[in-house]
Design a protein around this ligand. Structure first.
Ligand SMILES: Cc1cc2nc3c(=O)[nH]c(=O)nc-3n(C[C@H](O)[C@H](O)[C@H](O)COP(=O)(O)O)c2cc1C
Length: 378
């Protein structure tokens, strides 16, 4: 499978650098954003979920209407939608977009956040429910007959789905870094989403996911594809990129102190393992590996994807190639100056990564770890 790129498409001009509190959906901005991602050959856009945020299905359908190739990843928390409804909503989006729907499952990493929408299960139960949910969706997409379901979390009778995914099914992604996430994602997901950790820790996580896949009886050619997420801060030269990185960090810190940041100053430690891991790794040093930068993690209490990659376009491209060689197939990059950064990546980073992949490997694939590959300036 070729290496593919993901980015978010935001529905308004508010960013972590210049927050516009209370800003609503700006349909023209969303359209421009999505078209840029499509034109610059990003492969996917994630529409994220949080309890107080915009509805990803609606923004996702709008994006589908304005783009040709971009696949739309809908972030979905099982507690927010009955599984039969989700199966049809995703299949409807898949038909509207001619086969471009993907679903990214969030079991729920914070009890307080889950409680905001009436979910009082504990984390282990949430992952159990997620497992059942994925099985229901797959059955609803594939079954031509009406079927009953007698599970622990869901029971229904004679559900018959008439809304079929274009390609028979819809790719299922799972994100997280807990044992439960590895188990459910490793055994059931097509894609497994990770946040940006150093190469060594990323490799350890991949091994855990693959071990769970194997335990579930999945052959090596049917393991989840690995998605890894960064927030690159890049410019023409190293010096300009580092100046930009420090300006970004200053903005994150001052907005948080002024109460307009992503998290309040007195936010409790995060409950989800993925964020805990990022904060632990941040204690080991500001820069890790080639260009992985952690102060943005600490400044935001590791809420959401927060690890930066800092450097020139070439350094960022080379860092991405390090992860491709490690076994990451899907590279998610979004900046802090959302739309402008996405355009910069599209102009200066994606072509470098893609041309290096073409030069180095067979069929556009870079050689995996253990094989010899030299990264060439592209
Ligand atoms: C790539 C990726 C994307 C994510 N997107 C979201 C999102 O849109 N909304 C959300 O609440 N959590 C999102 N998460 C967070 C986790 O899915 C969530 O915290 C998980 O339920 C529990 O994490 P844990 O298994 O690491 O403890 C995302 C995680 C990853 C790795």
């Amino acid at each position: 499978m070729p290496t593919e790129f993901i980015s978010l498409a935001f529905p308004n001009a508010s960013t972590e650098l210049s927050p516009i509190p209370g800003s609503g959906v700006d349909p023209d901005f969303l359209e421009r954003y999505a078209r840029n991602l499509d034109d610059y050959d990003f492969n996917y856009t994630l529409q994220p979920y949080d309890s107080g945020g915009f509805d990803p299905f609606t923004t996702g359908a709008t994006i589908a209407a304005h783009t040709k190739n971009l696949k739309i990843i809908i972030a979905l928390r099982p507690n927010t939608l009955y599984p039969t409804v989700a199966a049809k909503a995703l299949a409807t989006l898949d038909q509207l977009s001619k086969g471009r729907a993907v679903v990214h499952f969030i079991a729920g990493g914070s009890d307080a956040e889950q409680a905001r929408e009436g979910d009082f299960l504990n984390k282990v139960e949430r992952y159990e429910r997620l497992e059942e949910y994925i099985r229901i969706l797959r059955k609803a997409w594939s079954s031509t007959e009406a079927f009953d379901w007698e599970g622990k979390h869901y029971q229904f009778k004679q559900f018959q789905n008439r809304v079929r995914p274009v390609n028979g099914t819809i790719p299922v992604s799972v994100g997280g870094s807990s044992d439960e996430a590895y188990r459910v994602g490793g055994s059931l997901a097509d894609i497994f989403g990770l946040w940006g950790e150093p190469l060594k820790e990323t490799k350890e996580q991949i091994d855990r996911i693959y071990a769970e896949a194997e335990k579930a009886g999945r052959p090596a050619n049917d393991r989840p594809r690995i998605w890894v997420t960064f927030r690159p801060i890049t410019a023409e030269t190293e010096e300009l990129a580092w100046e930009k990185a420090h300006r970004t960090l200053d903005a994150l810190n001052s907005h948080r102190a002024a109460g307009v940041g992503k998290v309040p100053t007195n936010a409790p430690p995060p409950q989800n393992v993925g964020s805990q891991r990022l904060l632990d790794i941040a204690k080991k040093g500001e820069v890790q590996d080639r260009a992985l930068w952690y102060p943005t993690v600490t400044a935001t209490n590791a809420r959401g994807a927060s690890t930066a990659l800092v450097g020139s376009y070439q350094t960022v491209a080379d860092s991405i190639l390090d992860y491709v060689k490690l076994g990451c197939d899907l590279i998610s990059i979004r900046g802090y100056d959302n739309l402008n950064d996405a355009i910069d990546y599209g102009r200066y980073v994606l072509p470098k990564v893609r041309s290096a992949l073409e030069k180095e490997g067979v069929n556009g694939e870079v050689k995996k770890e253990g094989e010899v590959a030299t990264i060439v300036d592209g």
